[in-house]
Design a binder for this molecule. Structure first.
Ligand code: BTN
Length: 266
C-alpha cells in the first residue's frame, strides 16, 4: 500500500493520537494548515501529514526543505486544558516520543540534542516546531510539527555536514507509515505521563539517558553573553542544567538561548 492515510491508519495502535488524519500530497506547511484546522474545530489528536511541503517552516524563522516521496512531515493538534506556561515542555515530550519510536523502528542509537533535535551519529534527522495560540490566559490549541529525514537524499551544501537521514544510517528502507504510527503511540503514552504531573518528572530519567549533550561541553549562545560549560541534564520543567567553568550551575531556557557543542553541532 502507498504512503497515505489508509496505510497509516491500518498501522495505528494509539487510542486518540492520529485517529483523525488529514493527508496532503502537497501543501504549503502542515503547521500552517494545522492552525486553520484547529481554529475550525479539529479535535485533540488530529494529525496532518504531507508527502511534500512547498513552504516548510523551521525554527528561528528558517525554512524546512520538504521534497516529495521521501520524508515525514507531520503536525499534531492538541487542545489541552493546562496553563499556557506548561506548553513549551510539549516539544520535549514529542522529542522524547520521536526518539523512542525511531529506536523501536530502526534499532538506531539515536539521541536528543536539547531541547528537541533528534540526532544519529552526530547529525540531525528530525526537527520539531511547536506553536500555540492563547486567548485570555487559556490555550486554544498547541500544534506540534515534526520533520524527519527518512529516505536517502542530497542535502543543501550548508546542511550536508549537519544533517543525515534514517535510510542512510541504518542501511535499509524505513517505512514512513510504520514510523508515524509508532510515534503516535509513543506520544500518546508520553503525553499521559506528562499530564499526570503537569511537568517532565515522569520522563526525566529517560530523556536524560538519551540526551547527547549530557556530560558534554556546550557553548551557551545567550544574547547577554556567550559562555561555555558542561551540560548535566534537564530539569522537571525542561531547562538545561549547565555547569559553568567556574563551577556554578545555571538553568538554560530554550526560548532564549541555543546551545552548541564546543567542537561542532553537538
Ligand atoms: C527545526 O527547525 O528544527 C524544526 C523543523 C520543523 C519542520 C516540520 S515539517 C512538518 C511541520 N510543518 C512545517 O512547516 N514545519 C514542521
Amino acid at each position: 500500500m502507498m504512503y497515505g492515510p489508509e496505510k497509516i491508519e491500518s498501522l495505528l495502535t494509539s487510542k486518540w493520537a492520529g485517529r483523525t488524519i488529514t493527508f496532503y500530497e502537497e501543501t504549503d506547511s502542515t503547521n500552517i494548515q494545522a492552525v486553520k484546522e484547529a481554529e475550525n474545530g479539529a479535535s485533540h489528536g488530529t494529525l496532518l501529514v504531507a508527502d511534500r511541503q512547498t513552504a516548510g517552516r523551521g525554527r528561528r524563522g528558517r525554512g524546512w526543505e520538504s521534497p516529495a516521496g521521501t520524508n515525514i512531515y507531520f503536525t499534531l493538534i492538541l487542545k489541552p486544558d493546562f496553563a499556557p506556561d506548561r506548553a513549551s515542555m510539549l516539544t520535549l515530550v514529542m522529542a522524547h516520543s520521536v526518539n523512542r519510536a525511531i529506536r523501536q523502528e530502526t534499532g538506531l542509537a539515536c539521541g536528543i540534542k536539547w531541547p528537541n533535535d533528534i540526532v544519529v551519529n552526530g547529525r540531525k534527522v528530525c526537527g520539531i516546531l511547536t506553536e500555540m495560540k492563547v486567548v485570555q490566559g487559556r490555550i486554544c490549541h498547541v500544534i506540534i510539527g515534526a520533520g524527519i529525514n527518512v529516505g536517502k537524499q542530497e542535502f543543501a551544501a550548508e546542511l550536508s555536514e549537519k544533517a543525515t537521514c534514517l535510510d542512510r544510517e541504518c542501511d535499509g528502507k524505513v517505512s514512513r507509515s510504520s514510523l508515524l504510527a509508532r510515534i503516535m503511540k509513543a506520544f500518546e503514552e508520553d503525553y499521559g505521563t506528562f499530564v499526570e504531573r503537569g511537568n517532565l518528572r515522569g520522563l526525566l530519567e529517560s530523556y536524560n539517558q538519551v540526551l547527547v549533550n549530557r556530560n558534554a561541553g556546550v557553548r551557551v549562545l545567550d544574547p547577554q553573553g556567550e559562555y561555555e560549560g558542561k551540560a548535566l541534564g534537564i530539569t522537571e520543567t525542561g531547562e538545561l542544567l549547565v555547569e559553568t567553568l567556574t563551577g556554578e550551575i545555571v538553568e538554560v531556557y530554550a526560548g532564549e538561548v541555543s546551545v552548541r557543542g564546543i567542537y561542532g553541532y553537538i
